[in-house]
Write a protein that binds this ligand. Structure first.
Ligand code: HEC
Length: 158
């Protein structure tokens, strides 16, 4: 090959690599489906049943929470917050929500913190906890789901 021919071949190879690189996702970089997956219908259906049975009494049949949920009750404890977009569930990454449900709020709060949110680790399996989170997430509008998913992926990478 002439030097010119070599140059041309190299330029073509670089062009091809650039085009391919932008067309194909880098292997191993695509985020895996979350363990609480709002697009997984079977998981969401299971979560909906668990929610009705174990969570709705406090957090509301429509995830609306208890009235005046920001104001402590006379016993010093907070009412149950909503899990819809008016609460702040969607501000928390998956791993944190999972821990709250499994271990209860007290496990993550300063010592002596009084709360009505007990852990469900003795009642629900890990899969059931992920399912209830998938259900809660499935009720959010797409942009809230996308925001919370980014947050969860960021939290995992740390
Ligand atoms: C006995 C009432 C009660 C039940 C039943 C209950 N919760 Fe809660 N939950 C609460 C209260 C009260 C809080 C706020 C606790 C605090 O900050 O002291 C809370 C907080 C939470 C939070 C944290 C929310 C946030 O924005 O920080 C999550 C997540 C949660 N609950 C999920 C669940 C799930 C899922 C279930 C069912 C498996 C459930 N809860 C059942 C009362 C309850």
């Amino acid at each position: 090959m002439t030097p010119r021919g070599l140059l041309r071949a190299a330029a073509l190879a670089i062009l091809a690599a650039t085009l391919l690189g932008s067309a194909l996702p880098a292997p191993g970089l695509a985020a895996p489906e979350p363990r609480a997956d709002p697009a997984n219908r079977a998981q969401v259906a299971l979560g909906q049943k668990i929610y009705a049975e174990h969570c709705a009494a406090c957090h509301g049949a429509h995830l609306e929470g208890q009235p005046d949920w920001r104001v402590r009750k006379p016993d010093g404890k907070l009412p149950a917050p909503p899990h819809d977009i008016h609460g702040h569930t969607w501000h928390h990454p998956d791993e944190e929500l999972f821990r709250v449900v499994k271990e209860g709020v007290a496990a993550l709060a300063p010592p002596g913190y009084k709360t009505d949110m007990a852990g469900f680790g003795g009642t629900l399996s890990d899969d059931e906890i992920w399912a209830v989170l998938a259900y809660i997430k499935s009720t959010w509008p797409p942009e809230f789901q996308a925001y919370q998913r980014k947050l969860s992926e960021g939290a995992k990478a740390r």
